[in-house]
Ligand binder design. Structure first.
Ligand code: GAL
Length: 642
């Protein structure tokens, strides 16, 4: 695994570059990412390219022994370009222009922008495609970040109509697929169809879902355009894109299929603060990040690009963008680095080399303070670099459980949540956490992935059951857990003729007669567990495996399949997962609450996300400790060799 750093030579006086490069190398870094926001420095005005500074920056970094990851600067179209072509700018759902002055202000449907981005990427690829210093290309920066996948511009509307025409062929087919007889919504031609914004009350969910699919396709085709150019000039160099944690507005599985490796940007403290975690979790894990956030994304992105993945940006200290931005517990930067390794990363690159004393991110820590002195992460990175030498030659990450994640499911449930606390991503995350609390190694996979070699399969929710996943389910030999709302919709976003769970009835003979969403505090009770948020009324000839106190079924089992008819709490999930692991003959591990485990080859990694030392002597029996101690300090790591 390479260690690297994000660097912005254009932001510093040139006399500092050489020393920066030497210090990076001395720290144990072998990769440096540059260029991804530098458009206005590369091309200060239309057609006038200034390559000399970039040539020298690349030369200087290369001479210090660093391999360069070169980003295309398309996330930041410069002012002269935007002024000449205002149609480049995206529009929000209120049709307000998303203006110049930060970043990601372009619309994926702008033909002008596609032409301009093609011009820039071609110029860059022509110049550096064969350069020996460039070891990897990064397209753009964090597609979708800052809510930038969806744009409501006139060009987006036009492109959407074309997309619909290609998908439906005839407007009658579309009218029937969307159920447009309802509220007199029928269209006479594709030209009449607008984007699903600015409607009086909610727009038709089928309309919204198609707009989400279309918008995702626009991101993918924008990226493919860049990849085709880079591949033509650098056929043997890896291409990646750095995806942002918890961004789900485009299909990362589809995007990842075009990449050589998927990378993602890991900010565990910011994410803990920004997402659904409870107040007490936010305090408990304020300085460590919730123990499953980094791992969840590692396991997700490993499944996006054929197993090859990395971390392009790793939080090194306080960030600037969450509601509160505490400092990581001493040791966390090393822990995050080794955890990425345990999950099979090829790269961990820290964001950023030196904290910028100017502009938007001046409060964001780097590896150096603005004055060039080493900030606290440096010592931890040096230590991690030493650990990695020790761990060289480790085998592949093991995986016994496949967890299905669907971007389309996320869009559907966002479109029609039915209860405001039904968050698909959170549901998946809670299933993931429950698996990890049993010490299980999880691969997060797309619904159409090949799953036959797994011992256990978990589908937290999948409203559309397509032919591929149905075939997988039929052939899967091990225990399968299927969560609420699965099979509840057709591809067109209608209810199935035979009621939910639609095609799943071929494998499990039951029907969902009614669903109800439950406000916080409205709970249904069972023996040692509670159901919150969501409950389904099931009609079944067979008795449930687990019932509520009132006798209603909550978990139904038929052959190797189990269906959960509600949003489970930790206790219910733990009970079901333990039964399944037993049936699959997978050993579960009982680890302390703040500890997480990951196996890679013959190594077992244990990470202490807690603020107190944890004794794992029980777990350690049978292995030799090669990193750390059985008494793991807060933010500490223990690695065992079997
Ligand atoms: C990422 C982004 C970086 C930087 C960083 C700050 O989302 O890619 O450019 O802004 O956040 O945490």
């Amino acid at each position: 695994m390479h260690l690297g750093v994000c660097y912005y030579p254009e932001q510093w006086d040139e006399f500092r570059w050489q020393e920066d490069a030497a210090q990076m190398a001395a720290l144990g870094l072998t990769r440096v990412r540059i260029g991804e926001f530098a458009w206005s420095r590369i091309e200060p005005e239309t057609g006038r390219f200034e390559w000399a500074w970039l040539d020298r920056a690349i030369e200087t970094l290369h001479k210090a022994g660093l391999g360069i990851i070169l980003g295309t600067p398309t996330a930041t179209p410069p002012k002269w370009l935007v002024d000449a072509h205002p149609d480049i700018l995206a529009k929000d759902s209120n049709c307000r222009v998303r203006g110049f002055g930060s970043r990601r202000h372009y619309c994926f449907s702008s033909q002008t922008y596609r032409r301009e981005a093609t011009r820039m990427v071609t110029a860059l690829a022509e110049r550096y495609g064969k350069h020996p210093a460039i070891v990897m290309w990064q397209t753009d920066n964090e597609y979708g970040c800052h809510n930038t996948t969806l744009s409501y511009s006139a060009e987006a509307a036009l492109a959407f109509r074309n997309w619909l025409t290609r998908h439906y062929n005839s407007v009658e087919t579309l009218n029937s697929a969307w159920g447009n007889v309802f509220w007199s919504q029928s269209y006479r031609s594709f030209d009449e169809i607008d984007l699903p914004n600015l409607t009086v009350t909610e727009a038709n969910p089928s309309h919204i879902l198609d707009f989400r699919r279309f918008s995702s396709d626009q991101v993918i085709s924008f990226n493919t355009m860049q990849i085709d150019i880079i591949r033509a000039h650098a056929p043997n160099t890896d291409i990646t894109h750095n995806m942002m944690g918890f961004v789900t507005d485009f299909d990362h599985h589809t995007l990842g299929a075009d990449l050589d490796l998927a990378t993602w940007d890991s900010y565990p403290l910011g994410f803990t603060e920004q997402f659904w975690f409870t107040e007490s979790e936010k305090i408990k894990y304020a300085r460590q990040g919730h123990p499953d956030i980094a791992a969840f994304h590692h396991d997700l992105y490993r499944g996006c690009s054929n197993g090859r993945w990395g971390v392009m940006e790793q939080q090194p200290g306080p960030v600037n963008w969450a509601a509160y931005n505490p400092s990581p517990l001493p040791g966390m930067v090393r822990l995050w680095t080794l955890e990425a390794f345990a999950h099979g990363a090829e790269l961990v690159s820290y964001f950023r080399w030196r904290q910028a004393p100017f502009a938007q991110e001046q409060m964001h820590a780097g590896l150096q303070r603005p004055d060039g002195s080493a900030d606290v992460a440096c010592a931890e990175i040096a230590e991690a670099a030493g650990d990695l030498e020790h761990l060289a030659g480790a085998g592949k990450p093991l995986s016994s459980v496949a967890l299905v994640f669907s971007y389309e499911a996320q869009w559907m449930i966002q479109t029609q949540p039915q209860g405001k606390n039904f968050d698909y991503l959170q549901l998946v995350f809670e299933f993931y956490t429950a698996l990890r609390k049993h010490g299980l190694d999880v691969d997060i996979v797309a619904p159409d992935a090949d799953l036959n070699h797994y011992k256990m399969l978990v589908i937290p929710s999948l409203p559309i059951l397509g032919n591929e996943i149905m075939a997988t389910l039929e052939n899967f030999g091990g225990p399968v857990l299927i969560g609420p709302r699965t099979g509840s919709k057709t591809r067109d976003f209608q209810m199935p003729d035979d009621l939910p769970p639609g095609p799943l009835q071929e494998l499990m003979p039951f029907r969902v007669l009614r669903v109800e969403s439950l406000r916080p505090g409205l709970l249904l009770h069972g023996a040692g567990f509670e159901i919150n948020r969501w409950f389904e009324h099931i009609e079944s000839v067979s008795l449930p495996e687990i019932a509520l106190d009132n006798g209603c079924g909550i978990c139904f089992k038929q052959a190797q399949y189990r269906y959960l008819a509600g949003w489970p709490d930790d206790a219910l999930l733990a009970q079901v997962i333990a039964s399944m692991a037993g049936e699959a003959d997978i050993a579960i591990m009982s680890v302390p609450e703040t500890v997480r485990v990951r196996r890679r080859g013959d190594l077992i990694f244990l990470f202490n996300y807690g603020t107190e030392p944890v004794d794992v002597s029980d777990v350690v029996m049978g292995g030799t400790i090669i990193v750390g101690k059985a008494l793991i300090v807060p933010a500490g790591v223990c690695v065992l060799k079997l």
